[in-house]
Design a protein around this ligand. Sequence first.
Ligand code: IFM
Length: 447
Amino acid sequence: MPPEPSAPPPRPFPAGFVWGAATSAFQVEGAAAQDGKGPSIWDAFCREAGRIADGSSGEVACDHYHRLEEDLDLLAWLGVGAYRFSIAWPRVQPAGSGAVNEPGLAFYDRLVDGLLARGIRPFATLYHWDLPLALQERHGGWRSRETAHRFADYAAIVGRRLGDRVASFATLNEPWVVAVLGHERGVFAPGIADRATAMQVSHHLLLGHGLAVDALRAAGTAAPVGIVLNLSPAHARTTSAEDAAKARLEDGLGARWYLDPLFKGRYPADVLAHLGPDAPAIRDGDLQAIGRPIDFLGVNYYMRTVASAGEPWSPAQAGAAVTDMGWEVYPAGLTELLERLHRDYAPPPLYITENGAAFKDLAAAGAVEDEDRRRYLADHVAAVAEAIARGVDVRGYFVWSLLDNFEWASGYEKRFGIVRVDFATGERTPKRSAHWYRQFIAANGRA
Ligand code: IFM
C-alpha cells in the first residue's frame, strides 16, 4: 500500500467539533415498496423514460435498508461522531397524510438506536425530496399550501417517535433544488418546468419548514431544530456592471431568497421586483411562521457559481479544475460563504451538513484510489478551519457521502462516496479518502 497522504489542517478545531458523514433515504435505502412504504415522486419520476441518465432508479440503491448493521459498523469504523441521514416520508406515512406505517417508523428506531449504541449522534433530516406521490397527485405537491400543513403533521409524528433520541432535526434539505430543479427546470422530480410554480413551491417549502419547527418543538423534543440550504458564492465573470448585476441576481435567487425570510422576516425586494408576476402568493402570518428562530443552519457547499450576463448559469470559471459533475473545485468559496453568513445574517451555529465531490475512482484489487476526492476534502476542511479562525461559529462537518449512491438524474454514474459500492453485489470498500478521513478524525478528536 502506498503511504497515507498527509494533509494536516492548518489549525486545530474547537473542542466538541462534530465530524460526520451524510446520506439521504432515497439515495441509499432501496426497499422502495417494502414493509408498507408508499411510492414517492422520485419512484414515479425514475419510471419516466429519459429522466435518469443511466435509466436506473432508487429501487435497490445501496440496499441500506437491508444492510443497516453493516453500514452502522462502517460508520463506527470511520470513527465519526455523528451520522446525517434522512427519513423517507412515504415510509412513515405511505399516503403523505393519515395512516402511519409502523414498520417504517420501526426501521428508523433501529437506525437511531444502532447509532446510539455505537456512540454516534443521529442527525435526522425530515425531507430530502422524496415526497409521497399521493400528495403530488391529490394536491399538486408543494404547489399547494396543503402540503406545508401535511409536512407539519408528519414532523409531529417523527418528533413524537424519535425526538427523545435524535441529536438534531433538520426540516428540509436544499429547498432551492426542490423548487428550481424540480419545478422550474424540470430536471428533478416532479419534472415541472414553470417559474411561477417554482416560486410558489419555494414559498410553501419555507412555510412547511416554519410549521414543522413548531410541530417538532410541540412534540417535546429537546433536539436542536434547523434547516439545510445549498449555498454557493456567485461571482461575476468579468468586472462589467452587467456581470455584477447578474451575479447579484443569482445570489438573490439562490441564497437571499431563502436566507432573508428565515433570518430577516422578508423576501428580498430586488428579487421580488425581478420576479414580477412570477412572485408567489404570500398570506398574512406566513413570514412570521417562516422566521421562527432556529437552533442551527446547515450549509451544503460544493462550488461557487460564475455569473455572466450573456450566458446561462455556469458552475465554473473557464479553465478551472472541476469535479466529475463539472462543478468548480473552489475551497476558498467555503470560507467566503461562512464569513458572509456570519456578517450578513448573524445566524445560529452553522454546520457544514454536506461537502464532497464526484470523481472517477481507480478501483483495483480491493483498494480504491481517489486522491482527487481526498485532496478536495482536505482543502475544504482547511477552508472551514480558516472561517473558524476568523470568528465564524461552525460546529460540525459532514462529508457527502458515506457511500456511492443514487445521484438523482445522474443515476449511479456519479460517485460521491468515500466508501465504494459495487452495485452488482452490494459490496462496500472504503476508498483512500475514507482511510484518510478516519485518521483525520482520530487526530482531531471525535466530538
Ligand atoms: O447527492 C446530492 C444530495 O442529495 C444533495 N446535495 C448535493 C448532493 C450532490 O449532488
